[in-house]
Design a protein around this ligand. Structure first.
Ligand code: ADP
Ligand code: MG
Ligand code: MG
Length: 251
């Protein structure tokens, strides 16, 4: 599904990603962990196509296409979804209206008919249950005045509605209490399937108790310096990141 080869990227002339290699197959969940400032959000943003980041080298193949060649909205239509660490507020646009447009754009790109108002509402109701989100929230301006937990839940709701092929969750767990965390994880797990994949970026191991990853990667100083299975996450929880830093320094 996704093949990242020697990806290098910078922001404001500062090199952040220094050669990332990663392959994600359909059906897999990959966790990306690492100390603050390692480049985790940069990687997520570059994959989503955020324009403030400059790609300096390397390739990214997504479903056989050159991902870096696609505009952000083309990536979204092709089934990539990024849940932001800090979701943006959009005054004057409700989640419902935002999604009506977005869902039909994705459907069009997949060769499906636009959803009529009745089916859209039915779909909304179903997915609302999945993440236990209040309908009143969905008619308010997107994310405006939402609490941290409400924003994160709303991100997962959007993800459920858009049915992405590849979802990237950037620290969706930060600022969540344990109940909200379980709801978010539950939503992600229910959307798991053999033909979708997820990249879950997290600083803490806690989320991975609920979203069990197939692979765990440690990003440090712009490179993936260690990969393993879910037990690597437990090891990091127990020992912190210092031993990784020492290993890197010793090379
Ligand atoms: P992480 O998500 O792993 O904490 P980030 O990708 O957010 O790391 O940041 C990686 C590095 O890039 C950090 O050193 C950060 O200060 C720097 N950085 C991020 N955004 C900007 C920006 N807009 N301008 C300059 N430097 C930035
Ligand atoms: Mg950070
Ligand atoms: Mg980050």
């Amino acid at each position: 599904m996704l093949k990242i080869n020697n990806l290098q990227a910078s922001i404001e002339g500062k090199q952040i990603l220094k050669g990332i290699n990663l392959e994600v197959k359909a059906g897999e969940i990959h966790a990306i962990m690492g100390p603050n400032g390692s480049g985790k959000s940069t990687l997520a943003s570059v994959l989503a196509g955020r324009e403030e980041y400059e790609v300096d080298g390397g390739t990214v193949e997504y479903l056989g296409k050159d991902l870096l060649d696609l505009a952000p909205e083309e990536r979204a239509r092709a089934g990539i979804f990024l849940a932001f660490q800090y979701p943006v507020e959009i005054p004057g646009v409700s989640t419902t209206n935002f999604l009506k447009t977005a869902v039909n754009q994705v459907r069009e790109a997949r060769g499906l008919k636009a959803m009529d108002a009745v089916s859209f509402l039915k779909e909304m109701k179903e997915k609302m249950k999945l993440v236990d989100i209040d309908q009143a929230l969905l008619s308010r301006s997107l994310n405006e005045g939402f609490s941290g937990g409400e924003k994160k839940r709303n991100e997962i709701f959007q993800m459920a509605m858009l049915e992405p092929k590849l979802s990237i969750l950037d620290e969706t767990d930060s600022g969540l209490d344990i109940d909200a965390l379980k709801i978010v994880a539950d939503g992600v797990n229910k959307l798991r399937s053999a033909d979708t994949a997820s990249i879950v970026v997290t600083h803490y191991q806690r989320l991975l108790d609920y979203i069990v990853p197939d692979f765990v990667h440690v990003l440090y100083q712009g490179r993936i310096v260690k990969s393993g299975d879910k037990t690597l996450a437990y090891e990091l929880e127990e020992k912190g990141y210092d031993w990784i830093k020492e290993e890197v320094a010793a090379v």
